[in-house]
Design a protein around this ligand. Structure first.
Ligand code: ADP
Ligand code: MG
Length: 330
């Protein structure tokens, strides 16, 4: 269901080019626990981000369900990221001022699920990772291992087919690491888990396949997938990403509230503009009225007069041109 064909990735910073990946060929089964091992800077994070659609490859192709992603639009990438993939990071990436429950729930906001169902599913998945009694706490009130469990719950709430973990135990002590690995192993029983780590022992003990990378290239693969296994792999679900009208409304309202300062400034600047236009309009209106009044006053001192006799226009014209009508007759 996932295949990388000759994937390369270049990073350009100024006139420097870093070749982070140099032609990666990989096929994944729909159900396995893969560990990616390698030194720091060897391209592990880059590889994981490209697999999860967080970053784009420079050349090559990533096939999802046998479909090339070269023709993927932003919308297709959104759907893939939101419904098929879950991410876990070394630094947890939780929102500090939200409760554990909200942190997990938030991942469902984009899926168009109702608020009640979101809450219910968040509770369920938090119970699964062993955090039933901590749902109302803030992340800062939890231990590292517990925070990583929240992150795992958040990644699982959409029930993704693929779970990607970038050094999930990198910030944890060895005993907590083992607990998190056991949890990941359980999760891998019915989906694809790809984990980046620099701990060979953990990879050895828990995963079903170890891929080693060095300087952007694969140097070994302990259990490559065969053609037949790939063909039997199941298809990813393909729901569309959408948000209900009320979710969108409440999100934008929340957004306005959290950015109070900016909202106020914008409103203030907007009102200056409106007041300015109003002032100019009233000024020009007043000046026009004034001119009209002056005109009236001025004209009223030259009254129109109607006389009894009319003017003979022919005579006037003749006199003006100095032509004697009688001379013309002769
Ligand atoms: P790893 O996760 O194995 O430590 P990375 O995938 O993070 O390695 O990085 C691989 C190489 O790509 C490194 O040389 C790194 O400096 C470079 N790199 C990663 N991300 C960027 C970026 N955004 N811009 C420029 N270079 C990057
Ligand atoms: Mg990394």
């Amino acid at each position: 269901m996932l295949e990388l064909k000759n994937i390369t990735k270049e990073y350009r910073t100024g006139d420097q080019v870093v070749q982070a990946l140099k032609g990666i060929n990989l096929k994944f089964r729909s159900n396995e626990f893969v560990s990616i091992l390698g030194q720091s800077g060897s391209g592990k994070t880059t590889l994981l981000n490209i697999i999860g659609g967080l970053d784009r490859y420079t050349e090559g192709d990533l096939l999802i369900n046998d479909r090339s992603t070269k023709e993927y639009k932003d919308r297709d990438w959104d759907t893939y990221r939101n419904h098929s993939v879950g991410f876990i990071f070394q630094s947890y990436n939780l929102i500090p001022h939200q409760s554990v429950l909200s942190n997990v729930e938030l991942a469902l906001t984009l899926s168009g699920v109702s608020k009640d169902e979101r809450r219910e599913r968040a509770r369920e998945v938090l119970e699964k990772v062993g955090l039933k009694d901590h749902v109302t706490k803030r992340p800062s009130q939890l231990s590292g291992g517990q925070m990583q469990r929240v992150a795992i719950a958040r990644a699982l709430i959409n029930d993704p087919e693929i779970l990607l973990a970038d050094e999930p135990t990198g910030a944890l002590d060895s005993e907590t690491s083992l607990q998190i690995m056991a949890l990941l192993q359980e999760i891998a029983s019915d989906r694809l888990v790809i984990m980046v780590t620099h701990n060979p022992q953990l990879a050895e003990d828990y995963s079903t396949r170890i891929i080693k990378v060095l300087d952007g290239e694969i140097i070994s693969d302990s259990n490559p997938a065969t053609e037949i296994e790939i063909r039997d792999s199941k298809i990813l679900k393909n729901d569309k990403t959408f948000m209900s009208f009320f979710t969108a409304l409440s999100l934008s309202f929340n957004n306005l509230l959290t950015k109070k300062g900016r909202t106020l400034l914008t409103a203030f600047a907007g009102s200056i503009g409106i007041i300015g236009i109003a002032l100019i309009m009233s000024l020009s209106n007043g000046v026009q009225n004034y001119i009209a009044r002056i005109e009236e006053d001025t004209l009223s001192s030259y009254p129109l007069t109607i006389e009894e006799s009319t003017l003979d226009m022919g005579m006037i014209m003749g006199a003006l041109m100095g032509v004697n009508m009688e001379e013309l007759d002769e």
